[in-house]
Design a protein around this ligand. Structure first.
Ligand code: GSH
Length: 223
């Protein structure tokens, strides 16, 4: 039985959670708090002192992208064609900067935090640059999937959960309207959220849940 361990937010684990859920394998979604996290760290359970991790019968895998690739393979969400698989990897690695930029805003000083987050979404901010890039890639994609693959892949799980997850209200200073100008991304949200695997995965979620951003109508008022 695999165990995915992370905090009780979508964040860097949500794409893997979906992949594991679609894999048909038995797995447990383990949500920990700060105290449990520190205990795991002190006991040497975390290969890089961070979460998420995936515990398997062969050992522990850390790093969210490595976990996602593993979960994606067992779920059939990694293309067999080597070129397409490389483009999926490229997309996943290319998404690094936006998460790292948001990471730098996790500080205690609330005013400074809001200021830094506002800067990210200014015309030359890191988030704006990343969103523009994703929007352009989606526009160019023949079938509308993130890495221009024939089918939905783990790159889609990452793009969908991480980008739209930023607008859940869980990140002070990042608000829903900030994504309103990105029409291809909003169309993409509609496509992925209405994919029957994704829709089914979130069918128990209600609009008050932190995962409301993954529901089909989450951004329909902006389109
Ligand atoms: N590169 C790592 C980054 C992991 C990471 O930043 N994890 C955060 C939570 S999102 C964490 O464990 N923070 C606790 C800490 O650093 O003390 C990955 O993608 O898995």
């Amino acid at each position: 039985m695999m165990r995915l361990v992370y905090f009780s937010v979508p964040g860097r684990a949500e794409a893997s959670r979906i992949a594991l859920a679609l894999s048909g394998f038995e797995w447990e979604d383990v949500e920990v708090n700060g105290i449990e996290f520190n205990k795991m760290k002190d006991e040497g359970d975390l290969p890089w002192d961070m979460l998420p991790i995936l515990q398997t019968s062969k050992g522990t895998i850390a790093e969210s992208s490595a976990i996602l690739r593993y979960a994606g393979k067992v779920a059939g969400l990694v293309p067999e064609d080597p070129y397409q698989a490389a483009k999926v990897d490229e997309f996943i690695d290319g998404m690094g900067p936006i998460a790292r930029a948001i990471d730098t805003t996790f500080i205690d000083d609330e005013d400074k935090k809001l200021k830094l987050r506002k800067q990210l979404f200014e015309p030359d901010g890191a988030a704006t640059k990343a969103l523009k890039m994703y929007d352009k890639k989606i526009e160019k994609s023949k079938k509308g999937w993130a890495a221009d693959t024939d089918e939905m892949s783990i790159a889609d799980l990452k793009l969908f959960t991480e980008v739209f997850g930023f607008f859940s209200g869980n990140y002070d200073g990042i608000e829903k309207h900030m994504i309103s100008g990105y029409k291809n991304l909003l169309k993409y949200h509609h496509k992925v959220a209405n994919d029957k695997r994704i829709k089914n995965h979130y069918n128990e979620i209600n609009p008050e849940d932190i995962r409301w951003t993954f529901l089909p109508d989450a951004f329909s008022d902006l389109t």
